[in-house]
Design a protein around this ligand. Structure first.
Ligand code: G3H
Ligand code: 13P
Ligand code: ZN
Length: 359
């Protein structure tokens, strides 16, 4: 059994200079597809469940699926992470179900739509962090609101995220405020607002620095070199998957995601967790559409899901290899939650701040 906390995994990633993809899971096929890729590449893995995933599969089913793959892949450290927790209850109930890490997304109010004040964000994130650390669980916070620098629109596309138009000030994490936020909350990792958004339609052209603000990542990393940064909305939406999706009857207008080479720049500057859901969905949807198009008489769900798992596995292997995660798993000795709790209590996991942080 090797359930790892986000903090321990990202500390290892920082020490060795690699990044870890965080893949969203909702069902057995996604869990199996991702784990097959992790097993073949010897990669530690972050499986994350949104609130939507928890209500879709049910907490019991999710928890038992993760227990099953722990037994199937005893050498692969698995971090089970709550994606975009909206309040204390979501985060604490995740812990009750075996999550080793939670995101308290206080950039939005509990309705997951209304941008929250800075004070609200600090207050709720600090509260969750205090409680989570008592039992060794890690916490990711978010400062700034996810959304497009091209349109100013928030991230409401897939059912959660800010509604309406946002200013650039809201859409970009302020590096000085980030220092204050990390000091005040004690989070282990910070999601950065930098022009990325969830879903397939992130950019209307290949992104450059004007619409994908990696300079924000660099500035925060300079001030807090030990802090683990998180890129949300980081699917690449590969051109070949868009074309295949449309070839087999889908309708996806030309779009651009976050190019892999930009993610690698992020990894050089403190990004340790790279969230990807859309690419996984797309890889599976392409395979399912292909079966439907090639074999209109097919109705056995397994004949759709087997190629879907294979498509997902191939995509995940690519990401593990690209981010340097491959080959790291069997080396890691997982610290139990009780050990992590002692480390927090002893103060040995507190953040360090560079001279630039004081400025
Ligand atoms: O956080 C964004 C992920 O794409 C999760 O999406 O809420 O539809 O599960 P979801
Ligand atoms: P994508 O929609 O780019 O895959 O982002 C997923 C994400 O950030 C989940 O938190
Ligand atoms: Zn996200």
């Amino acid at each position: 059994m090797a359930r790892i906390t986000l903090r321990q995994l990202l500390d290892d990633a920082a020490e060795r200079g690699y990044g870890v993809p965080a893949f969203n899971v909702n069902n057995m096929e996604q869990v199996l597809g991702i784990m097959a890729a992790a097993g073949e590449t010897d990669s530690p893995v972050i499986l994350q469940a949104s609130r939507g995933a928890r209500s879709y599969a049910g907490d019991m089913m999710l928890a038992k699926m993760i227990e099953a793959v722990e037994l199937m892949y005893p050498k692969i450290p698995i971090c089970l992470h709550q994606d975009h927790g909206n309040d204390e209850a979501t985060c604490l109930s995740a812990v009750q179900h075996g999550f080793t890490s939670v995101m308290m997304d206080g950039s939005l109010k509990a309705d997951a739509k209304t941008p929250a004040s800075y004070e609200y964000n600090v207050d709720i994130t600090a509260k969750v962090t205090h409680l989570a650390h008592l039992v060794g669980v890690s916490v990711e916070g978010e400062l700034g609101v996810l959304g497009s620098l091209e349109t100013g629109m928030g991230d409401a596309e897939d059912g959660h995220g800010a509604e309406g138009k946002l200013s650039h000030d809201q859409l970009l994490t302020d590096p000085n405020q980030a220092v204050d936020f990390v000091r005040a909350t004690g989070v282990d990792a910070l999601a950065v607002a930098m022009g990325t958004s969830h879903g397939a339609y992130k950019f209307s052209r290949k992104p450059d620095g004007a619409i994908l603000a990696l300079h924000v990542v660099r500035a925060i990393h300079e001030k807090m070199p030990g802090l683990h940064l998180v890129m949300h909305g980081s699917s690449s939406v590969p051109q070949e998957l868009q074309e295949a999706f449309n070839k087999y009857g889908g309708k996806m207008p030309q779009t651009w995601g976050v190019p892999l080479e930009e993610i690698l720049v992020g990894i050089k500057h403190g990004v340790r967790k790279v969230n990807s859901d859309t690419d996984c969905r797309l890889a599976m949807a392409v395979a399912i559409r292909k079966v439907a198009a090639d074999k209109p008489d097919e109705f056995d769900p397994r004949q759709f899901m087997k190629p879907a798992m294979a498509g997902l596995k191939a995509l995940c292997k690519d990401r593990f290899e690209a981010f340097g995660t491959a080959g790291q798993a069997s080396r890691i000795e997982v610290a139990p939650l009780a050990v992590m709790a002692k480390r927090y209590a002893a103060g040995s996991l507190e953040q360090t701040f560079s001279h630039a942080a004081a400025a």
